[in-house]
Design a protein around this ligand. Structure first.
Ligand code: EPZ
Length: 429
């Protein structure tokens, strides 16, 4: 298994290109199931999760072609995927595939809407919490589907097609909102979603569906209205920048010091996180091409942060913020409200010398003057990258184990950091 070796202590200087968003790419790829025409997605990141989803969609009958290089493009640009679901050959998503990536459960909406049936394995628990699918099933029932569960599978049926309905989410759910958008786009009649997720990835998926002929309004607000249409067509869509990758490198610069332009991204995608970084002492400036982050010689100021659905501070940046605050000049408090078990990084940060006390959903972080390299490992994507950030600022060598988590969500992580002066290398085997 690959490991990553980091020698800390180098401030980051230079430019980091930000990739297309993983969490938009996955539902956009799944949306290809809704039409027999070709959906072309540009700026798709080269990630393990994207490759796995290609495999899963292939199983349903989606042909996927990866576009060749265009003049002026480098291998560092995102890839272009052509997805064609001319004929759905299988409406079952089996356990061995769904259990490897939770978002693949979302195929249930388009399969049901287009084929009138879907059999999808329950995703099961995962490292960051129990993560149930009750609200996704509620969506399908509200649109007229019959739902049954059998031997670990959800069986959804709507032989006469789905019909529009009223969906009121008791809590904000990204996956539930994606499911509602996709299923209701092909339902008969109008659907109104209340307390919808407002994440930029929801807006991106709604934009793409509208290019495919859907009639969705209000995406990005808490109330989304969808007028169903009988069929959708192909489209070409560019995936929006990855706000979590942006925020992660912004925290890395804030932690190590230095001055980096995060290219091809936008501040409005992560304003709450950038505001926290400013409070912590980083200088944030939006430019024509991206966001510039720098930190002067002064220390990091402590912060108090609670994770929340967009536009709040994202749970997907909570671990990285904890790494940053571990060296603050004072005591920080971070409360995690989205996932009950998303503190797997705490014990590992402690191995690097951080002082963190956990009490329920709140972590109290007493800043220390320095961290010291150590062998560490983590059990989910964002936790792993928080260890990389901490290691970049720690004294001496850190070896990060189980790096396959990083490959799920960070494209060319080592290359991007090395180009900015970090001492980081992958050791294979
Ligand atoms: C998406 O997961 C993201 N995944 C997650 O990114 C992200 O952490 C999360 O949204 C929150 O922003 C993708 O986009 C692929 P939710 P999702 O439904 O949709 C509860 C990463 O590292 N809930 O918004 O699964 C749930 O348990 C990841 O890239 C129910 O109770 O998250 C949680 O407490 C990990 N019942 C809350 O809602 C349901 O049926 C929000 O979860 C569904 C969710």
């Amino acid at each position: 298994m690959d490991r990553i070796r980091i020698i800390g202590g180098h401030p980051l200087q230079g430019t980091i290109p930000i990739s297309g968003a993983k969490n938009a790419t996955l539902p956009l790829m799944i949306a290809s199931l809704l039409t027999q025409d070709t959906l072309v997605l540009e700026n798709v990141p080269r990630l393990a999760d994207v490759r796995l989803l290609q495999h899963i969609l292939g199983n349903h009958g989606v042909d996927i072609m990866i576009g060749g290089k265009r003049p002026g493009e480098s291998t560092h640009d995102g890839q272009t995927l052509h997805l064609s679901a001319g004929r759905i050959v299988d409406t079952t998503a089996p356990y061995d595939l769904v259990s490897r990536m939770r978002a693949s459960f979302w195929v249930i909406g388009p399969l049901l809407a287009r084929m009138g049936e879907a059999k999808v394995s329950m995703p099961g628990g995962c490292a960051i919490g129990t993560r149930p699918v009750d609200l996704l099933l509620m969506v399908l029932e509200r649109l007229g589907a019959e739902i049954a569960t059998d031997s670990g599978y959800v069986l959804a049926r709507a032989p006469k097609g789905l019909r529009g309905g009223s969906i009121v989410f008791p809590k904000v759910t990204v996956g539930g909102t994606h499911t509602a958008l996709m299923a209701a786009s092909l339902a008969n009649g109008t659907t109104v979603i209340d307390n919808a997720a407002r994440e930029p990835e929801i807006v991106d998926v709604a934009d793409c569906l509208n290019k495919m002929g859907a009639r969705i309004s209000g995406a990005g607000t808490s109330r989304i209205v969808i007028d169903g249409v009988p069929r959708l067509s192909g489209a070409r869509h560019r995936v929006l920048p990855d706000r979590i990758e942006t925020g992660t490198y912004a925290m890395a610069v804030a932690m190590t010091g230095g001055n980096v332009l995060l290219e091809n991204t936008r501040a409005d995608l992560l304003q709450a996180a950038l505001d926290v970084l400013t409070t912590a002492g980083a200088v944030v400036a939006e430019t024509n091409t991206g966001v510039r982050i720098s930190r002067n010689g002064h220390g990091i100021a402590p912060v108090t942060v609670t994770t929340a659905p967009f536009p709040g501070f994202p749970t997907d940046l909570q671990a990285q913020l904890m790494a940053l605050t571990s060296r603050a000049q004072g005591t920080s408090r971070i409360t995690e409200t989205i996932f009950e078990n998303r503190f797997m990084h705490v014990q590992e940060l402690v191995r690097l010398g951080a002082r963190i006390h956990l009490d329920g959903e709140t972590a109290t972080i007493e800043g220390v003057e320095k961290l010291k390299g150590a062998p560490v490992m983590a059990t989910d994507l964002r936790a792993s990258v928080s260890l990389v950030i901490a290691a970049l600022a720690a004294e001496g060598e850190t070896m990060v184990h189980r790096v396959y988590h990083l490959d799920r969500g960070f494209e060319r992580l080592e290359d991007k950091l090395v180009a900015c002066g970090a001492e980081i290398e992958r050791i294979s085997g």
